[in-house]
Each structure stands twice: as structure tokens, then as C-alpha cells.
Design a binder for this molecule. Structure first.
Ligand code: NAD
Ligand code: UD1
Length: 310
């Protein structure tokens, strides 16, 4: 470790602020670049002497250049994280989700900063791999502007690796959950929606029969891997699935939330969402081969932490 800061783009958001806390606890200096579109001041330890915040947009090349000055490495999380928002506004989203990545690559090349950890998404697989664990060679099928920009960002990062010596660590996140995930949109992560409604005693809607499954990862476990990717001596090329290879159905999830809270509000079933994936589960052999994945936080334990019951 040296004293130069780690730049976290999107560091005021859900995952970024959890990562910022973890890096500060390990003694790092952290610089956050965030336009606060969904991120919040309240997510950050703004009074911490080793944390600084630059309010600005990754779509602005000059801002990115300035934010990178003197940094040792980058974790690039800034993006419009809502798939629905990318469908509603593909052009605006593209500025954040692809142009932002390119601006960062260029600034890194200019300044000789090599290491960058990037948040891609399981969305790059689209509906492929349904029913089986998805490995990284599964054909890509980006079905939305969000997924197209993530996959294109992966390709640009790989170009800068081959051409300019960048050291990208590309992770395809599966369904991440934990404290500070924003439940306010209908398209927010299901765990943030269900837990918020359960705490407030509001009725819960399940789309479909509740037997669809997801590979949920607690944000604290994700952050451990991101830190390892920052600290690794060397990195192999190629994106890595970040999932537990563990399927949890929504019905199991609701059972666990009920256990942690001692009961559930009314649960009703609505028609399944159009295009909803039935089963999504990572084959995480590459993750386990390349990184020392921590003993995963169990669903109940993760929910207890999220709900302040641990
Ligand atoms: P989030 O919305 O909480 O975080 C995104 C952050 O980026 C916010 O703080 C936002 O203000 C900032 N931001 C957005 N556009 C920006 C711009 N143009 N310039 C500067 N800052 C900008 O979402 P999150 O869940 O923490 O997601 C973090 C990253 O992980 C995103 O890249 C997202 O696509 C990716 N990801 C998340 C999940 C998940 O399950 N949460 C799954 C797959 C991928
Ligand atoms: C996730 C991503 C999405 C990506 C997709 C494919 C999030 C928030 N979404 O969607 O961006 O395109 O993976 O990789 O990470 N549900 C309910 N009730 C609710 C909300 C959701 O029953 O109130 C259901 C959904 O229909 C779905 C499941 O819960 O079956 C999970 O939904 P969600 O958290 O939105 O994630 P994905 O659909 O996996």
C-alpha cells in the first residue's frame, strides 16, 4: 500500500460507499468522484481525514483527468445502474455508462495509472444460460442499452490492456444486496424493496409464483473481492463472474426475511414481469480460482445485518 488515494467513481452509491468504508478501515486514502445522481452525501464518511469527494461527471473528460491526478488505482463503479433508466434514456445513459469508461481509460493512459477494477453485470448474458450455472464463455446477449454499454466497456478496457498496459479487473456482478441499496424504484433490487416494505408493514408483491431464483451476494463479500483485485500482484485477462453459484428463490427469501423480522406483511402474487429471467446463477469457478473468496455471508446473516438485527 502507498499513501496515494484510490479513486472510486460512483463512490457515493450503494456499492461504492461500502467499498469506501472498507478501504478507509484498511488505512487507504479514498477519493470519490460522483455526480450524486443516485449517490448521497449521507453514504460517505465526509469528515474522515483520508476521504475526499469530487462532485462531477465521468462523462466530462477534464473532470475525470483532474480526479485521477495522483491516484494509485481506480474502482470504476459510476454508472446509471438502473436498466429501466437505460431503456428510457439510452443516449443520456450512454454518456455515463460508456463515455465515462472511455474517459477514464484515456486519463489512465495519459497519467500512467494502470490498475482499474470495473463493475460489469450479469446482464451481458441476457437470457442465455437459463437453467444452468452461467460461465464466462456463455454467449453474450446484451438485451438493453445498459447491458450493451457494460459489454462495450469490457471490450474497451481490454483494448487498453493490450494496447496501453492497463490492468483491468472486470467483474460481472450478479444480484448484490446490503445496506444503502436504494429501494425507491420498482426496478430496485428485490431485497431492498422487500425488506423496506416488510419493516414498514406494507404489502409485498411477488411477480409470478416466487419460485424464480437468483444468485444473491452480500455487499460485504463483494467488497472483499474488489479489494483483493486492487491489491493483486498480477491479474489475468478476462471477465470474472461475481456470484456465489447459489440459487435462492423469492419464496425462500421471503421466508428468511420473515424469520429475521419475526413475521411478514401480506404477500400477494402478480403476473410475472415480461422478460423476467426464471433462474440466474453464476458458475463462479473462475472467481474461486483467481481470488480467495471469503466464506460467503449466509442469506439470513446478510439480512440480519441489513435489517440491523445482527
Ligand atoms: P448506485 O446507483 O447506488 O451507484 C452508482 C453511483 O454512480 C451513484 O453514486 C451515482 O450517483 C454515480 N453516478 C452515476 N452516473 C454518474 C456519472 N455520470 N458521473 C459520476 N457519477 C455517476 O448503484 P450500485 O448498485 O452501487 O452500482 C454500482 C455499479 O455496480 C454500477 O456500475 C452498476 O451498474 C454495477 N452493478 C450493480 C449491481 C447490483 O446488483 N447492485 C449488479 C450489476 C452491476
Ligand atoms: C437484475 C438486475 C437487472 C439485470 C438483470 C439481468 C438489479 C436490481 N437488477 O435483475 O439490472 O438486467 O439482473 O442480469 O440488480 N421482483 C418481485 N417483486 C418486486 C421486485 C422484483 O417479485 O417488487 C422479482 C422480479 O420479477 C425478479 C426478482 O424479483 O424475478 C429479482 O428482481 P430484481 O432484483 O429486479 O433483479 P433481476 O430481475 O435479477
Amino acid at each position: 500500500m502507498n499513501d496515494a488515494p484510490i479513486l472510486i467513481t460512483g463512490g457515493a452509491g450503494f456499492i461504492g460507499s461500502n467499498l469506501a468504508d472498507a478501504l478507509l478501515a484498511r488505512g487507504y486514502a479514498v477519493r470519490v468522484l460522483d455526480n450524486l445522481s443516485t449517490g448521497k452525501h449521507a453514504n460517505l464518511q465526509l469528515e474522515h481525514p483520508r476521504l475526499s469527494l469530487i462532485e462531477g461527471d465521468v462523462a466530462d473528460a477534464a473532470v475525470v483527468r483532474q480526479a485521477l491526478q495522483g491516484c494509485q488505482a481506480v474502482v470504476h463503479l459510476a454508472a446509471v445502474a438502473s436498466v429501466q433508466a437505460s431503456v428510457d434514456d439510452p443516449v443520456g445513459t450512454h454518456q455515463s455508462n460508456l463515455v465515462g469508461t472511455l474517459n477514464l481509460c484515456e486519463a489512465m493512459r495519459e497519467q500512467g495509472v494502470r490498475r482499474v477494477v470495473f463493475a460489469s453485470s450479469a446482464a451481458v448474458y441476457g437470457n442465455n444460460g437459463e437453467g444452468e450455472a452461467i460461465d464466462e464463455d456463455t454467449p453474450k446477449a446484451p438485451l438493453t442499452p445498459y447491458a450493451a454499454d457494460k459489454l462495450a466497456s469490457e471490450y474497451y478496457l481490454d483494448f487498453y490492456r493490450r494496447q496501453h498496459g492497463l490492468e483491468p479487473a472486470i467483474f460481472r456482478f450478479f444480484n448484490i444486496f446490503g445496506p444503502r441499496q436504494d429501494p425507491s424504484s420498482p426496478y430496485s433490487g428485490v431485497i431492498s424493496i422487500f425488506t423496506e416494505r416488510a419493516q414498514k408493514g406494507l404489502p409485498i408483491s411477488v411477480f409470478g409464483d416466487g419460485e424464480q431464483t437468483r444468485d444473491f451476494v452480500y455487499v460485504g463479500d463483494l467488497v472483499e473481492v474488489l479489494v483483493q483485485a486492487l491489491e493483486a500482484e498480477t491479474l489475468e485477462a478476462g471477465a470474472v463472474n461475481l456470484g456465489l453459484s447459489r440459487a435462492t428463490s423469492l419464496n425462500q427469501l421471503l421466508g428468511a426475511i420473515g424469520d429475521v423480522l419475526g413475521g411478514l406483511p401480506e404477500v400477494s402474487h402478480l403476473p410475472a414481469r415480461a422478460g423476467d429471467i426464471r433462474h440466474s446463477r453464476a458458475n463462479n469457478a473462475r472467481l474461486l480460482a483467481r481470488f480467495a473468496f471469503p466464506e460467503p455471508t449466509g442469506m439470513r446473516e446478510g439480512l440480519a445485518k441489513l435489517l440491523g438485527r445482527s
